[in-house]
Ligand binder design. Structure first.
Ligand code: FES
Length: 183
């Protein structure tokens, strides 16, 4: 499997001409290395439009998020409208169109967590970090995202920071969680 490549803002200074499987040439504002990885991901799913979600999953795993340029390439390779790709990316909260922070914070707002106060926990993260859901702090350290049930309802309300799970989180505990990643 190819190495993970982080798409930096500088990446968009490159412009490549690529030829799709249909022989149509398009101009893509991405460096060659990333175009090759997108092609590899799409190829691994036989460029099958029915595998769109799996393709996007893999692309987000590699790049950390799904900027418009990546969505364009996926649409091109799978021979589907860009609007269809965009529709899937915006429908599922798992997908993100902006780079996540170094420490992505995910607050579960599934039913069990919600009734146990997830909304107040979320509000506290928003207040402490000064960003909204779907945003990243200007220093790139934290981002906030909401998830549906993560399968740990017994620990509700649940917060994830990266892969680390925090259970029974109270609004008062939010500062402490952020502090763990602030030094
Ligand atoms: S609802 Fe949050 S873990 Fe199930």
């Amino acid at each position: 499997m190819s190495q993970k490549v982080i798409i930096t803002p500088e990446a968009f200074e490159y412009m490549e001409k690529v030829t799709g499987t249909d022989g149509v040439e398009v101009r893509v504002n991405l460096p060659k290395e990333i175009i090759e990885q997108i092609n590899e991901i799409c190829d691994s799913f036989d460029n099958d439009p029915g595998e769109l979600i799996n393709v996007l999953h893999e692309a987000q795993n590699r790049f950390g998020y799904l900027p418009a340029e990546v969505q364009d390439m996926v649409a091109h390779n799978l021979h589907i409208p860009v609007a269809q790709v965009y529709g899937v990316v915006t429908f599922y909260s798992y997908f993100s169109m902006i780079p996540k922070g170094e420490h992505p914070i995910s607050i579960c707002v599934g039913t069990a967590c919600y009734v146990r106060g997830a909304e107040r926990v979320l509000e506290e993260f928003i207040k402490e970090l000064g960003i909204k859901v779907g945003e990243t702090t200007p220093d790139g350290r934290f981002s906030i995202n909401c998830l549906r049930c993560v399968g740990a309802c017994g620990l509700a309300p649940v917060v994830l920071v990266g892969d680390k799970v925090y259970g029974r989180v109270s609004p008062d505990g939010v500062k402490q969680i952020i502090a763990e990643y602030s030094s």
